[in-house]
Design a protein around this ligand. Structure first.
Ligand SMILES: [Ca+2]
Ligand SMILES: [Ca+2]
Length: 174
């Protein structure tokens, strides 16, 4: 399952590559995603000893807390709940891994690309502006982008300004 998901993610990145990202950058990005996935996957497997592809919500919270120290516990719990889609009390951790491996691999690039991302030059990032890049390069779903915005939208205006953006990335990946 792990390698299939990795391949799928890589294909997604390749398919959506446009003139904005050079082939060297793309290769580096893909390599970073793969490396991050391998690390997260091995942690996941410690909790999924029967190889079911799922972990208990409390274990997912532990893994995420270890990996993303700055992320508030409440955000992690909310996120894990969102991933328990059929409410059977088990979390498809493979999906979380895919999501975070890509975010983590992109973190530096995103951090230095605020102006680029702010396509309408409004000075803040609307969810749609974050959605475009994260959808294209990480194959994120709507709710994942909205959940990120919700977690780090300090002044609750529904947008991510420069300081919130910095706070987001240093908390997730600092
Ligand atoms: Ca904007
Ligand atoms: Ca805001």
């Amino acid at each position: 399952m792990a390698s299939e998901q990795a391949e799928r993610l890589v294909k997604t990145v390749e398919r959506h590559a446009d003139g904005r990202i050079s082939s060297v950058e793309l290769v580096q990005l893909v390599a970073r995603i793969k490396e991050t996935k391998v690390n997260l996957q091995s942690k996941f497997e410690q909790y999924d000893q029967d190889n079911t592809g799922f972990v208990k919500p409390e274990d997912a919270v532990i893994i995420m807390s270890q990996e993303f120290h700055g992320l508030p516990q409440s955000s992690i719990q909310a996120m894990v709940q969102r991933y328990d889609r059929d409410h059977n009390g088990m979390v498809d951790f493979g999906e979380i891994i895919e999501f975070y491996a890509c975010l983590k691999a992109k973190s530096h690039e995103l951090e230095v690309r605020f102006n680029d991302l702010d396509r309408d030059a409004s000075g803040v990032l609307e969810p749609e502006e974050l959605f475009q890049i994260l959808q294209a390069e990480c194959a994120l779903k709507d709710f994942q982008v909205h959940s990120l915005v919700e977690d780090f939208d300090v002044n609750k205006d529904g947008k991510i300004d420069r300081s919130e953006f910095l706070y987001m990335w240093t908390n997730l990946f600092g």
